[in-house]
Design a protein around this ligand. Structure first.
Ligand SMILES: [Cu+2]
Length: 170
């Protein structure tokens, strides 16, 4: 048995044990010996409600500042991108590093997906590109180099050929 198989087996056994503990806890908490004190249950529900609200507020405050939508950047480099069967038109195709870029993307025909990969072929981001709409995406490239663009939404017979490059310079 390889180390991966051992890890999977250990994880599976732990998950099953945790599930059994959860089932036992539910069974234990609901066997209700004698009368149920409704007033106490109502008080506890209020407490749980407050805990859930506090958790949701914490989650909201902890994540809301990372939402990428609606980001605008005054003074950003504007790059216009048009997708069409089966090519990308990127103007200008040279971008300066460490300065915000605002991609403004649209399609001439059908839906496409503008996916940008770095020179190590790591996917950086993807933007849906639609006819009759202008999508905006603001980002900043830190590393100079040649970045690759692929279409990630099947758009027709030559979808696979829908590739392009752009250059990020210092
Ligand atoms: Cu495509």
């Amino acid at each position: 048995m390889g180390s991966t198989a051992v890890a999977i087996t250990a994880f599976y056994c732990t998950a099953v044990a945790a599930g059994l503990v959860a089932v036992a806890a539910v069974w234990w908490s609901t066997r209700a010996p004698g009368r149920i004190d409704v007033a106490r249950v109502v008080e506890r529900e209020k407490g749980w409600f407050a805990i859930v609200v506090a958790l949701l507020l914490g989650l909201l405050l902890g994540t809301v500042f990372f939402i990428p939508y609606g980001r605008t950047s005054t003074g950003a480099q504007i790059v216009k991108v048009t997708g069409q069967q089966f090519a990308w038109i990127i103007q200008p195709a040279t971008i300066t590093a460490n300065k915000p870029v605002e991609f403004r993307l649209t399609s001439k025909d059908v839906n496409h997906a503008f996916a940008v990969y770095d020179d190590r072929d790591v996917l950086l981001f993807q933007v849906q590109v639609m006819p009759g709409k202008e999508q905006r995406y603001v980002t900043t490239f830190r590393r100079p180099g040649v970045y690759h663009v692929l279409c990630l939404e099947y758009c027709g017979l030559d979808h696979h050929a829908m590739a392009a490059d752009f250059r990020v310079t210092r």
